[in-house]
Unconditional design. Structure first.
Length: 247
């Protein structure tokens, strides 16, 4: 059976612990024809106004819709959930975490394009998908691709973002290929997804914009305090602080 590549995005009622999926969009590559799935779902959790501001999904758009687990797209995702397939997401932890609330336990190999981009394009001002949409000129190609697949392009819409992600993936694969010559770029992206990222600079707090290596020299005690007291410290930042304290 040919390997399948599932490019996926969700829209949700918010980003809190109790929030749920209200739109699931994904594209399946690996066969002659590309499968496109895009569905809206009802939810017992109200959509926050902050979420509406981002994705534009309002309660009236969800009236009469099934729940996520009762949908055709969710069932198809379950059929695709095999170890030989690949799940491709920008900021995978968030979307996979949301799917887990719906009972989905991922078995696919994960490529997180956000993490891969941070590894191979470390000097970019941002690693958001919409940033790359403009920086890499993806917006010039998206309408032609959308017409071919019958997709309506909208920013911060699940299937619209999946389309952008498909275009971005192709560019990212080229960067990985040229950076890691002789290695399989798909397998390398899986590996990079699982590899800690060294954060060179603080992006928050009193040392925002300062190099970690500088702070390790001038205020190592603060870095040790962060490791001990900040339970929600990002794993990549925790890794990076430990690395600079070792040197």
């Amino acid at each position: 059976m040919a390997k399948k590549y599932v490019i996926l995005d969700t829209e949700t009622t918010g980003i809190g612990e109790n929030d749920r999926i209200i739109q699931l969009g994904f594209m399946v590559l690996g066969a002659k024809e590309i499968e496109v799935h895009n569905e809206f779902y009802s939810s017992e959790v109200d959509i926050s106004f902050e979420a509406m501001e981002v994705h534009g999904i309002t309660p009236d758009m969800l009236e009469g819709k099934p729940s996520c687990v009762d949908s055709q797209a969710y069932r198809r995702l379950g059929e695709l959930n095999l170890e030989e397939n690949y799940l491709i997401i920008h900021n995978a932890d968030f979307d996979i975490g949301m799917l887990e609330k719906e009972g989905f336990v991922n078995k696919m190999r994960v490529i997180d394009t956000l993490r891969v981009a941070k590894h191979v394009l470390p000097d970019e001002e941002s690693h958001r998908l919409q940033y790359f949409r403009y920086k890499m000129g993806l917006y010039k190609e998206e309408q032609k691709e959308a017409d071919k697949l019958g997709i309506v392009v909208k920013a911060h819409d699940a299937i619209g973002d999946v389309l952008i992600l498909k275009l971005f993936l192709s560019k990212l694969k080229d960067v990985v290929t040229s950076t890691f010559v002789g290695e399989n770029p798909v397998e390398k992206m899986v590996e990079l997804t699982q590899t800690p990222i060294f954060e060179h600079y603080f992006r928050f707090g009193k040392y925002r914009g300062k190099a970690l290596k500088e702070v390790a020299i001038s205020d190592a005690a603060y870095l040790r305090w962060m490791l001990k007291n900040m339970e929600n410290l990002d794993e990549d930042m925790r890794y990076s602080i430990n690395k600079v304290l070792e040197t």
